[in-house]
Each structure stands twice: as C-alpha cells, then as structure tokens.
Design a protein around this ligand. Structure first.
Ligand code: NAD
Ligand code: UDX
Length: 454
C-alpha cells in the first residue's frame, strides 16, 4: 500500500507523519512544489513547530515516510492520494475576499489525472466549499480511469496536532455511499484509521455532509469565542468577571466548558477563512439572513481586537508615541510558530499607527516573520526584537500579552516590575496571569472582561 499526500504544510506534514508511524507497512510520500519546505522537512529544523512532532518525524522519516518534490512519480505510484494543499480566501475576481480559492486543489486533480496509470482513491483533506468533490470528480472522469473521491476533513488544532491526530474526537469520511466502488473506498480509508482509532469514532457520511461539516464545526467554534467576547465587553462595564461567567455558563452540560475562553479575538489560518467561505456559500444560495448571521461572528472578532488596542491607548493617557511597549507573544496561539491571522497583527498595527516603540519577544516566531506580517523592515526604528521577555519589558511603559505561552505565566513579575517605567501596566490579552498578585506587586492590570484593576 502506498499513500501520497500533496501539500507538506501544517496539515499534510503532521498528519502523514502520524499516519506513517501508525502504519509501518504503508509507504507514505509527502510531496510539495515548495522545494525549501521539503528541504526543511528533510533537515533538522522542521518547518512546522508542534509539540512531539520532531520525535515522530525522526522515528519514521526515511523508513516509511518520505518528503519529496517529485510530485509526478509519487502520485503515479500511490494507491491513495490525499490533497492537503492550501485553500485561502480568494483575493481576486468574483467572490474576492470571501470565496475559497480552490485553484490549488484543481491543479492537484489535474495532476492526478495526468500522471496516473490506473484508478486511485483521491481524498480531500483540505477544507473545501461544499460540492468541491464534484469538481474533482469531473476532472478525474476525463481520464477514463476508475477514481473514487472521498472527503476526509482534518480537525486537528495547531499546538496540539500530534495529540489530536493520535487521539481524535472523530474521523469523518464522506463518500459516494450509494455505489459499491464508493463504499469500498470509504472502507479502505477507514481501515487505515482503524489501525489506531476506535471504529466507533469513525463517522461515515455522504460527500456533501462531510464537506459541510468541516466548515460548520469551525463556524461553531469561532461563534463560541465571539459569543463570550461579546459578553466580555459587557463584563467590563458592569463589574462581572468574564471567566466567572464562562465557568458558570459552561458548567451546564448542554453548553460545555470548552472554547469559552475570552481573549483578544481568535486568529489562525482557518476560522476567518472558513467563516468567509460559509458566508459566501449562503449568499451564493440566496440565504442572506444565514450569511448575515455568520458574518456577525467575524464582526465581533474585529471589534474585540480594536477594543483591546483602544483600551491600551486610553490607559496610557491616549498617547503611546515613542513609548516602549513590550509585546509578549506573536503567534496566533501558544505552542505554534504559526502567525497567520494572529490577532497580534492587528493589535500591533494599531500601536505602530500611534508611533509606539514595540519590543517583541515570542519563543518561536522569528523577527523576519513578525516584520513580514506587519509590513515593516527589521531596521525600522519602531520595532525591536528581544531574546527574552525580561529584556523586552526592560524600560517599557506597558507589557501587552498577546499569546498564552506557558513561559509568560512563569516569569518573575516582581523582578520585571523593577525594570519598568512607572506606572507600569500589564494588559493581559489572554487572562492567563495572576492579576491579584500583579496588583500587589504594584502593576496597573487590565484583563479581558474584568474591568480596570489599578
Ligand atoms: P499550508 O499553506 O501550510 O500548506 C499547503 C502546502 O500545499 C504548501 O506547502 C504549498 O506549497 C502546497 N501546495 C499548494 N499547491 C500545490 C500543488 N499544486 N502541488 C503540490 N503542493 C502544493 O496549509 P495548511 O495549513 O496545511 O492547510 C491545508 C488545508 O488544510 C487547508 O485547506 C486548510 O483549511 C485545512 N486545514 C488546516 C488546519 C490548520 O490547522 N492549519 C486544520 C485543519 C484543516
Ligand atoms: C481550529 C479548530 O480548532 C480545528 O478543529 C480546525 O481543524 C482548524 O481550526 P486552530 O485554529 O489551529 O484550530 O486553533 P484553535 O485552538 O481552534 O484556536 C483558534 C483561535 O481561537 C486561537 O487564536 C485561540 O487563541 C483562540 N481561542 C480558542 C480563544 O480565543 N478562546 C478559546 O476558548 C479557544
């Protein structure tokens, strides 16, 4: 059995590494057109940081897991081909700013049809608009060979990818369950996952339910964050504490406690893109009210980020020009080097517009990456990159915590306080620090949904 995965990104790399480890008798080739990315997967410094990933890769690489730019021959020789390429929001033409750009997926389908010598099972791993399988199917049909198309969306979250892949809540497989060929393909893919996933967790559906379930799952998760963030604004005015409210509300077993952590807003490559995609689909099918409903989740996220930067500005007397502000964390969440759609981007852009001096520290994100996201040069006098959180805070008027890295929780804030300008402020954009303790040290403290503590 040979598996080929097209796309060696945040999903393709970790997913296939875990699959290779769980299926030692299966050869897994991960291919990409980005030669630098493939070289990194073959080197010591992997292009994706995920806890536990380096160990998995080193165990199976060059045994039954291979990274290569030789797309043609790896696709040709595979029995199952996963398509795990990027599906960003379209930036041009019809549907720009909302619809998914499926051009990379289409070119994969064309490549499979072009190089294959016989039929295969083709698996959509990328997140796609509902009915994309039809596009893939019609491209493959032109080859005259017997292809089966499945939808097998990935639900891993970054920062916990290896854990999520090894122990998923569910595996979703959508296929043409009305035909014997379709059912055989579903069973073949299921048998791969059954090597390590309990069969009761493998959900089999028709293609369209599977494609739509992925968009829906991300929309529901994002909606919960926007809901609690909307409540956080009310907490700040009324004296309620958003963490207490979330705990009380989340203890209702019908609601559940996860994804109710108020924050500066959600980031990451998926939520915004997938919500926009859902909005676009609703509009496309003339469901204006449904589109407006999901768009509001994004509007609330934008509002939350803007509200936070405004709060920092107002607290520092409406003036942060030339003031040193320590930025703790830049990745969109902890335990990842990914900065795509990080809320830190908008918040820091607001500060740069006010001509603040930003001193950055993130344990995993490089200065080059931060500059690329903010559109500034590394030598821009408004930015500085520090080797530690302590150095970033030295001489700062405020610490602005944007990512919940565990090391920020463990810092010696008393020592840091002594090195800062007074009044020293901490803006905890993740509500992850001990605010009482910080107040006792002497900081002015501002969390999310907690009102000003000073
Ligand atoms: P990514 O940008 O990290 O990786 C995609 C890779 O595909 C890139 O390396 C790119 O060079 C490669 N590629 C594009 N076109 C190609 C082609 N024609 N041939 C070969 N390689 C090609 O993207 P990602 O974060 O891994 O996401 C991939 C898909 O998975 C997206 O649809 C995304 O929505 C979905 N997804 C992502 C996550 C996540 O946490 N990042 C989780 C679940 C689902
Ligand atoms: C998400 C989905 O969780 C995952 O199932 C899907 O496959 C891809 O998209 P990801 O974006 O990697 O995963 O991370 P996630 O843990 O969902 O966090 C997304 C954003 O929401 C982060 O910025 C995070 O900090 C924020 N968040 C999350 C909150 O603000 N509050 C919460 O309670 C949870």
């Amino acid at each position: 059995m040979r598996i080929c995965c097209i796309g060696a990104g945040y999903v393709g790399g970790p997913t296939m590494a875990v699959m290779a480890r769980k299926c030692p008798d299966v050869r897994v080739d991960v291919v990409d057109i980005d030669a630098a990315r493939i070289a990194a997967w073959n080197g010591d410094c992997l292009p994706v940081f995920e806890p536990g990933l380096a160990e998995v890769v080193s165990e199976v690489r060059e045994k039954n897991l291979f990274f290569s730019t030789d797309v043609d021959s790896c696709v040709r020789d595979a029995d199952i081909v996963f398509i795990s390429v990027n599906t960003p929001t379209k930036t041009y033409g019809y549907g720009a700013g909302r619809a998914s750009d499926i051009s990379f997926v289409e070119s994969c389908a064309r490549k499979i049809a072009e190089v294959s010598k016989g039929g295969k099972v083709v698996v959509e791993k990328s997140t796609l608009p509902v009915r994309t399988a039809e596009v893939i199917r019609s491209i493959l049909a032109g080859s005259g060979m017997d292809f089966q198309v499945l939808s097998n969306p990935e639900f891993l979250a970054e920062g916990s990818a290896v854990r999520d892949l090894e122990n998923p809540d569910r595996v979703l497989i959508g296929g043409d369950d009305a035909s014997p060929g379709g059912r055989a393909a579903i069973d073949l893919l299921s048998s791969i996952y059954e090597r390590w996933v309990d069969p009761s967790k493998i959900i089999k559906t028709n293609l369209w339910s599977s494609e739509l379930s992925k968009l829906t799952a991300n929309a529901f998760l994002a909606q919960r964050i926007s809901s609690i963030n909307a409540i956080s604004a009310l907490c700040e005015i009324t004296g309620a504490d958003v963490d207490e409210v979330a705990r009380a509300v989340g203890s209702d077993s019908r609601i559940g406690s996860k994804f109710l952590k108020s924050s500066i807003g959600f980031g990451g490559s998926c939520f915004k893109k997938d919500l926009l995609n859902l909005v676009y689909l609703c509009e496309h099918f003339h469901l204006a009210e449904a589109a407006a409903y999901w768009r509001a989740v994004l509007d609330m996220n934008r509002y939350q980020k803007a509200r936070f930067s405004r709060k920092v500005l107002d607290s520092l007397f409406g003036n942060i020009r030339s003031k040193r502000i320590a930025i703790f964390g830049f990745s969109f969440k902890e335990n990842t080097n990914d900065t795509r759609e990080s809320p830190a981007i908008d918040v820091c852009a607001d500060f740069l517009n006010e001509h603040a001096h930003l001193a950055f520290y993130d344990p995993r994100v490089s200065p080059k990456q931060i500059c690329a996201e903010l559109g500034v040069d590394e030598n821009d006098p408004r930015v500085e990159f520090c080797p530690s959180a302590e150095e970033a805070a030295d001489g700062a008027y405020a610490i602005v915590l944007l990512t919940h890295w565990e090391e920020f929780v463990l810092l010696d804030y008393e020592k840091i306080y002594a090195t800062m300008k007074k009044p020293a402020w901490i803006f905890d954009g993740r509500n992850c620090l001990d605010h009482r303790l910080l107040l006792e040290i002497g900081y002015n403290v501002c969390g999310i949904g907690k009102g000003n503590l000073s």
